[in-house]
Design a protein around this ligand. Structure first.
Ligand SMILES: NC(=O)c1ccc[n+]([C@@H]2O[C@H](COP(=O)([O-])OP(=O)(O)OC[C@H]3O[C@@H](n4cnc5c(N)ncnc54)[C@H](OP(=O)(O)O)[C@@H]3O)[C@@H](O)[C@H]2O)c1
Length: 332
């Protein structure tokens, strides 16, 4: 096994008198248990969950000191599993990585082999982390939509939070698959931003967050990918054409869902839940393979910021202040 020294660098968050602070520390390598793999991380990415973990959010991370980082991609350096061998290129997202298990903001991670996805041919660690959990969730949303019968001929698909991590990738995949895409943002965005994510048109909260209280609305989209929840999700369901599909993955607006059953029983609309964390491995591998091939998008490098372990704290602070734009990827 190739390891350089007995320790490796990691961004560790520590708790002292109720305050949380992060710093780069040297961590010892641990004994590899049965069915575990040791991975040299080449790239990770920064997600909002990591920012929450770094400030002691117990809904994300219960115990400190802790290494955040819910995404990692790299190369297997040692394996106690038949599934992977030294030298295999791999991706790890979801499960407990970076939440209650030391995460990807480190030169090495040690994880159960059951959490590991084989890196598809045509994809590398940087590209995988351009997608990260957000991009994977977008792809999983499109996958569920299509597998439940959504077709471009049915009409446009609305995507809420369209300029965010999940929404922007969802818009671009849908466009690539021939769907007309309506970007639904809180406020109307400059046309140049809408073009970058390949949406055909846009709507703002006056349409996507309907306040009329009516149980059903005039149909305006044939399906939707929602990241906002609450009344925005309700609006997506009420305004969806017959037999359309609406996915739900987020709760940025609200975790509540208050509506009648009429869109379901009078228009046959389906509501599909998206849980990227517990997505079965077979489906997970299939979705990553699609992202590496037919669903691959050309990332606009304007929307990608590459940084290093030493600068993570600065980017976490910006994210918490809501001053962060685009995807942040971390090169180890
Ligand atoms: N279920 C899963 O497996 C899973 C996986 C990943 C993420 N998620 C969830 O998905 C959600 C989105 O994640 P993300 O990474 O895409 O977040 P993000 O990068 O912060 O993007 C969210 C986007 O939504 C916009 N927005 C905020 N409030 C809105 C509203 N009321 N109406 C329309 N747009 C609104 C934001 O605009 P501004 O920037 O202008 O505020 C931003 O563009 C989060 O709730 C996250 O926890 C779930």
């Amino acid at each position: 096994m190739e390891k350089t020294g007995t320790t490796f660098q990691a961004f560790r968050v520590e708790e002292a008198e109720g305050k949380y602070s992060g710093s780069i520390q040297a961590m010892p390598f641990e004994e590899l248990n049965d069915n575990e793999v040791l991975i040299k991380v080449e790239y990770s990415s920064l997600n909002y969950k990591d920012a929450l973990s770094s400030i002691g959010n117990k809904g994300v991370t219960r115990n400190y000191p802790h290494t955040p980082g819910i995404d990692a991609a790299g190369v297997v350096k040692a394996s106690n599993s038949d599934k992977f061998k030294e030298g295999d290129a791999v991706i790890v997202t979801s499960y407990e990585l970076g939440m209650n298990h030391p995460g990807g903001f480190a030169e090495y991670i040690q994880v159960p082999a059951d959490w590991v996805v084989a890196m598809p041919a045509k994809m590398d660690a940087r590209n995988a982390m351009q997608y990260g959990t957000a991009g994977f969730t977008a792809a999983l949303s499109v996958y569920r939509l299509i597998n439940n019968g959504q077709k471009p001929a049915m009409g446009p698909v609305a995507v809420t939070g369209a300029l965010g991590g999940v929404g922007s990738v969802a818009c671009q995949i849908l466009h690539k698959l021939g769907f007309e895409v309506i970007a639904a943002n809180y406020e109307l965005a400059p046309e140049t931003e809408i073009q970058k994510i390949k949406a055909t048109s846009q709507i703002d909260r006056n349409i996507s967050d309907d306040q009329s209280g009516r149980p059903m609305l005039k149909t305006q989209w044939a399906g939707a990918i929602d990241v906002v929840g609450g009344n925005t999700l309700t609006t997506m369901l009420k305004g969806c054409k017959p037999l359309g599909n609406v996915t739900t993955c987020g709760n940025i607006g609200s975790g509540e869902l208050s509506m009648t059953v009429y869109p379901f029983i009078l228009r046959g609309v389906s509501l599909l839940g998206i849980d990227s964390q517990n997505c079965p491995m077979e489906m997970r591998q299939e979705v990553w393979n699609l992202l590496a091939n037919d669903w691959a998008i050309d990332f606009n490098e304007d929307l990608i910021k590459e940084t290093c372990l030493e600068s993570i704290q600065k980017h976490i602070d910006l994210m918490l202040e809501k001053k962060s734009k685009g995807r942040i990827i971390i090169k180890m």
